[in-house]
Design a protein around this ligand. Sequence first.
Ligand code: ADP
Length: 270
Amino acid sequence: MSADSTPTDNINPAVDGSELIRFDKVTKRFGSNVVLDNLDFSVNSGKHVTLIGPSGSGKTTILRLLMTLLSPDEGTIKVGGEYLTHEERGGKLVPAGEKHTREVRKNIGMVFQQFNLFPNMKVLRNITEAPVHVLGLSKDEADERARELLDQVGLGDKADAYPSQLSGGQQQRVAIARALAMRPQVLLLDEVTSALDPELVAGVLDVLRDIAHSTDITMLCVTHEMNFARDISDQVLMFDSGRVIESGSAEKIFGDPDHERTREFLSAVL
Ligand code: ADP
């Protein structure tokens, strides 16, 4: 297949390096537990950004806020220049209606730790369901897109299988294809290999490396796979207690971090 006919070429046609995600003074609490503390950060389009840091430091909460599975207690989140959970009305910022949030969220795809495939649907339909019902693609268009993506994740022969007939690694690759079928501008990856048997991890990471290197999609990734993070990241954010304590290139963060806490964390996980 030639480079310009790869299925994911058009995922993000408007990549121009501009700001795609912005967290502005975001605070998230669960009871008295301040999980994100007045957090500011941004991600430019086309970049691959990895969130690292100790368990409980708030990384997954960021992805869940972007998916609107949670909402911030304070602060705002923008995706592609649009507020995610707010709308501007009459010069004021008010909580957004469901329709507005759904439109903005269409730009975001997520792959979860536990693949979350629909068990009663064959692999192909798992992938075509949202493009048909949310994007309004015809069944033929959605099928064609799904088959291209299945080829890309190395599962071209599994279209008619049920999830339970696949290994965990294969199910996770279907989940990646399902997320990409919506042609999101940003792909969120939440510890996508941590529920897998060790021998299945490499296959999933290889698929993600291929996507990172062969497409312009923006990636925001929470992972404990530090070699993978080093390979794909344009930027690494080190979290501790709901704050970014250090950020920089993968080379800088893994090679010569400034912060003692980053050194401690990396020496414990590497
Ligand atoms: P990380 O991804 O860095 O491990 P999380 O974002 O998952 O951290 O969690 C940050 C903190 O928020 C943890 O203390 C966790 O227990 C708490 N937390 C996460 N989700 C919930 C929830 N739904 N209810 C209560 N506390 C939660």
